[in-house]
Ligand binder design. Structure first.
Ligand SMILES: C[S@@+](CC[C@H](N)C(=O)[O-])C[C@H]1O[C@@H](n2cnc3c(N)ncnc32)[C@H](O)[C@@H]1O
Length: 210
């Protein structure tokens, strides 16, 4: 593992990553991505495998990624740069705060949240990402016919997410009451790839914006 003990607040590169904290007021993804059509959002991209694979496979799509950990943003931005990907922008921020001030409504074609909640214990519930509060903004930001794709390997979290998504009258469940057997987006996150390699179950939920 890399030794980062020599970093201070003056030379720590993680502190220089683009952050939504530096964007005041309304966040307009069309300005950040310098485009106004076929925009997609990934929340909590982690190591960034999905956003990079998706951006490389879909050249006509522009991808925006939000991640709370600055180190992961820095590392993903480096990988994006080294791979010559010019249709993905990754930024630091907490989706629960950023989505609330994102506009305009209907600006994204697809929104992805993949394996968001590694926290098992009841006291970790307050950090949950897929809640009705966040879903309210996700749905508002999806265009008509756009998709919300959520994955997890935790069975009880899958049930909780599905209940939140089924309860939103603006969403239509795809597959079997919202559960689909395959990932239709031609890209996999590290966590999905790892779960599949280990033969662990992956719960995939796909909903369409009415
Ligand atoms: C278990 S990891 C999964 C990473 C990746 N999506 C994957 O499937 O490999 C969850 C990621 O979500 C990020 N995250 C958690 N809460 C978040 C939030 N409110 N806003 C943005 N990112 C968040 C975490 O920092 C972490 O990198």
């Amino acid at each position: 593992m890399a030794d980062h003990s020599h970093y201070t607040c003056f030379n720590n590169p993680y502190l220089t990553v683009p952050s939504f904290r530096d964007v005041e007021g309304t966040v307009d993804p069309r300005t950040i991505l310098r485009a106004d059509s076929r925009l997609e959002l990934e929340i909590g991209f982690g190591r960034g495998r999905f956003i990079r694979e998706r951006a490389m496979a879909q050249k006509d799509v522009r991808m925006l990624g939000i991640e709370t950990k600055r180190k992961l943003v820095y590392e993903c931005a480096e990988r994006v740069r080294r791979s010559g990907i010019d249709n993905a922008v990754v930024m630091h921020g907490d989706a629960r705060e950023v989505l609330a001030r994102m506009a305009p409504d209907g600006c994204f074609d697809n929104i992805f949240i993949l394996f968001p909640d590694p926290w098992w214990k009841a006291r970790h519930r307050k950090r949950m990402v897929v809640t009705d509060g966040l879903t309210d903004h996700v749905v508002r930001l999806l265009r008509q016919g756009g998709h919300f794709f959520v994955e997890t390997d935790v069975d009880f979290r899958a049930d909780e997410y599905r209940q939140v998504l089924l309860a939103d009258p603006r969403l239509s469940p795809m597959g079997d009451k919202g559960i689909v057997s395959d990932n239709p987006f031609g890209a996999r996150s590290s966590r999905e790839a790892q779960a599949m390699e280990l033969g662990m179950p992956v719960y995939r939920m796909l909903f369409c914006r009415k």
